[in-house]
Design a protein. Structure first.
Length: 332
């Protein structure tokens, strides 16, 4: 069985968020395609701080190359997928290395200036959306780019989809306590709309501590580090799924919300252009609260149109076919 190394940060493997879900999904798809996806990460953390000067992740990754290279050589791996730009220099050691970005140097994201130099030496990439493929070409001149979405789990949709369980006034948001995710906006919305039942779901246990700095309205319920099963069960009960992030490389929860038939309210930034079904509505800080309320007041409990769109564009079968085609070419 051919081996492919998947290089991510230790914390990405540890938390119940997008990168970990992607890693597990890719490993399962690999097994089905006869490819062994080997998880590789530095054994040590660089810092518990995300963006203090001198502790930026990408800078810290540079001092971890020895740990990563040792693991790759020990496993006799020749093909590498890396998900963070700090490991871009792997292409100096491995001819067959490809970037699959979980973040992107966009002005909406903290630390984007520090990411840019790493992207200037990328020569091959897999991205999740056509928007990112266009950005890779126009901003960094990278044209060897394959688009493969992170598919949602159809089994979980079948298991949990039940329109009779939808709570008419329930709004759901998934994110992190980070400035670009705008949890403050969700709390402000809840304060202005005490009749709404607002669920905020955070990917890691560490946000239990950071959320203590906010005054949490009584109609907001916080959830931390839910499993995918728990996320889908809770999402089934929501009428509206709302994302107010400044930028996303894929926005996995949005595609899951479409698959669960939610009415979706999202940012108007072009990075969300792939989320464009009948009942997905784009807005901004000036009209989001009104859009969320309009969606909650809709006479329909679920959107079958959104479900059909998600199944066609983002299912795990779409992801599997994408990697089958990619591996057939890359590993030959």
């Amino acid at each position: 069985m051919k081996k492919v190394g998947l290089v991510m940060r230790k914390i990405q493997f540890a938390e119940a968020q997008g990168p970990r879900i992607f890693a597990e999904r890719l490993k399962q798809i690999g097994l089905e395609l006869g490819v062994d996806i080997v998880f590789v990460s530095p054994e040590r953390h660089v810092s518990s701080h995300d963006w203090l000067p001198g502790y930026e992740h990408e800078k810290g990754d540079l001092v971890n190359y020895d740990v990563v290279l040792d693991q790759l050589h020990e496993q006799q791996i020749e093909h590498v997928i890396y998900t963070v730009s700090g490991f871009t220099y792997l292409n100096m050691f491995f001819k067959n290395s490809v970037l699959f970005p979980h973040s992107f140097p966009d002005p909406a994201l903290t630390g984007y200036e520090m990411m840019k130099p790493f992207y200037q030496i990328v020569d091959k990439a897999i991205v999740q959306t056509a928007f990112l493929k266009q950005e890779m070409a126009s901003k960094f001149g990278v044209t060897d780019v394959t688009v493969i979405p992170i598919g949602f789990n159809e089994r979980l949709v079948e298991k949990h989809f039940d329109p009779s369980q939808v709570v008419e006034n329930r709004v759901m948001w998934i994110g992190r306590d980070e400035e670009n995710r705008r949890p403050d906006l969700v709390l402000e919305y809840a304060r202005h709309n005490p009749d709404k039942d607002v669920y905020m779901v955070f990917g890691g246990e560490r946000y239990k501590e950071s959320m203590k700095k906010y005054d949490i309205p009584d109609n907001v319920k916080l959830q931390f580090a839910l499993t995918q099963d728990e996320v889908f069960a809770l999402m089934n009960t929501a009428k509206v799924y709302w994302s107010c992030s400044k930028f996303d490389t894929f926005a996995m929860p949005l595609t899951e919300a479409l698959a669960m038939g939610k009415i979706v309210v999202k940012p108007e930034h072009p990075c969300y252009g792939h989320i464009s079904s009948t009942h997905s509505f784009s807005g901004n800080e000036k009209n989001w609260f009104e859009l969320v309320n309009m969606a909650a007041a809709s006479p329909r409990r679920v959107s079958t149109e959104n479900q059909a769109y998600a199944m066609e564009k983002f299912s795990s079968q779409v992801m599997k076919q994408g990697y089958r085609d990619f591996f057939d070419h890359w590993l030959s």
